[in-house]
Design a protein around this ligand. Sequence first.
Ligand code: ZN
Length: 202
Amino acid sequence: MFSNESEAFPPYALQGPLGGSLSKDALFGGPAFTPDIVMILRQRYTYGQFENCTKEHTQRIVDHIFEEMNAIGDISFTRTTNFIMEVNPDLDVASAERIARTELGVLMKIASDLDWAKDDPTGTRYKYKMLGPSDNRTCDAHLILEQWQGEGKSKPELIAMIDELRRRYFPKMEPRSPFFLHPNERHRPVRHIRSGEYGDWG
Ligand SMILES: [Zn+2]
């Protein structure tokens, strides 16, 4: 159902059941990386030295992610993970995936927030929610968020819930982007289109 998300769904009009059916790339890819957004991302995206990477490794990885964004308007978990391992062959797959998941997640969340603000500046026109797998790796904070958010909330309400859970479960964590609960997050923010807004998609 989500195998060709960008073609099968209008931008961010994701509907469908929660669960593990999203591919890793579908979790992070998206049509939000337009040139105007990439320009703002360059200013807002801040990062430290990545886990078990040198400064030089970190810079090459960041440059590569932005090159892809500029070239094809997208990011890819798989390609980024592979590139990280190419740049730093000492890393194991799990570490490379953790870096990719965290950094692409931060970028995707900033980009989505900017993209959605274009036609919903207050975040109250549509409903927003965090979508991701519920399995034995899902943390308590995300399980609670799943209950709290229900079928979706306004953007300010959703962000307030995430802030509350981050303070409760990860009190030392700085939010690096809107919708940020913790690093290595498998959940992405999605926007619900109101019934009828996209015809049969409602
Ligand atoms: Zn979690």
